[in-house]
Design a protein around this ligand. Structure first.
Ligand SMILES: C[S@@+](CC[C@H](N)C(=O)[O-])C[C@H]1O[C@@H](n2cnc3c(N)ncnc32)[C@H](O)[C@@H]1O
Length: 281
């Protein structure tokens, strides 16, 4: 039997794809990632009925290529995540960040928390669980958790709110039974959590559709894939998008750098506060 070998990606084709990925998302793919990219994209070529990467590059660069560029980004992103990952951030959220925000919400204020690279949802649901435990009557007030990601597959997964046994394994059993219901072999988030959440596809590297400011931004374990310029620009945009006194949480191996660092002060490990202006909330 003749077994067809999978198409291979030349160095020149890899450079073209890496440039598209970088221009679209800020993600840097070094030549060392060529094999990984090929392994991840071969499935896309099969789905599209293409036998070689030259045709794939042509498709991506054509006016019809927009949809496929989204698929390619979905294939190149790394979506590793977990409930209450870096749990010291959630301790800080509960003890330091939420009490004044809950007070503001009870007085009629608008409170917004944003998980800016939410992957399959474990991070924003961990935020929402922290909120609900501190603020059980949250549904009566104007507090929302926004969960966004560049990867439409992940956003759909997050919005579905259904997690495998493996995904919930590290979750405190009390939280699991309080906030999830069993759905066959899986666990589904209860409506009380979902009702305070909104989900959307959003590329941090492109325009943002927001009309208002945020009080808290989680953007963890994503800028590690960006180049320095994309990263520093993102910090500046976060500084603009946060209220004075707002909180920014970033990943354990990430650091705030560039001009935006002057707008923030470090208050805990990889936890920053936007310097208060004359009119703190
Ligand atoms: C490693 S996961 C981190 C998930 C979560 N924040 C955490 O720390 O557990 C990185 C996520 O960043 C997303 N991502 C990568 N580039 C992005 C971009 N330009 N805009 C928005 N999300 C992006 C990926 O799709 C992926 O879901």
């Amino acid at each position: 039997m003749l077994v067809e070998s999978p198409p291979s990606l030349t160095s020149e084709q890899f450079s073209r794809l890496a440039k598209i990925v970088h221009d679209d998302s800020g993600i840097v793919l070094t030549e060392a990632k060529r094999g990984l990219l090929m392994a991840r994209l071969n499935r896309r070529l099969r789905v599209l009925g293409l036998s070689e990467y030259g045709a794939y590059c042509t498709l991506l660069s054509s006016p019809e290529g927009d949809e496929e560029r989204r698929h390619m980004l979905s294939a190149v992103t790394t979506n590793v995540t977990a409930f209450f990952r870096e749990d010291h951030h959630f301790d800080a959220l509960t003890r330091q960040v939420l009490p004044p925000l809950i007070e503001a919400a009870r007085k009629g204020g608008r409170v917004r928390l944003w998980s800016a690279a939410c992957s399959s949802g474990e991070e924003p649901y961990s935020i929402a669980i922290s909120v609900l435990e501190a603020f059980p009557d949250v549904a009566r007030y104007d507090l929302l958790v926004l969960a966004t990601d560049i990867d439409p597959v992940m956003v759909a997964k997050a919005e579905a709110g259904i997690f495998t046994e493996d995904a919930v394994q590290g979750l405190d059993p009390a939280k699991l039974s309080k906030h999830f219901t069993r759905a066959g072999n899986a666990y589904e988030v209860r409506p009380a959590l979902r009702n305070m959440m909104r989900f959307a596809e959003l590329n941090l590297h492109k325009d943002w559709p927001f009309s208002g400011q945020f009080d808290v931004i989680f953007c963890r374990n994503v800028v590690i894939y960006f180049d320095g310029n994309a990263r520093r620009l993102l910090w500046q945009r976060f500084a603009t998008q946060l209220n004075s006194g707002g909180h920014l949480f970033i990943g354990h191996s990430e650091r705030l750098d560039g001009p935006a660092s002057a707008a923030f002060r470090l208050t805990g490990p990889t936890h920053y506060i936007k310097a208060a202006s004359d009119t703190p909330r």
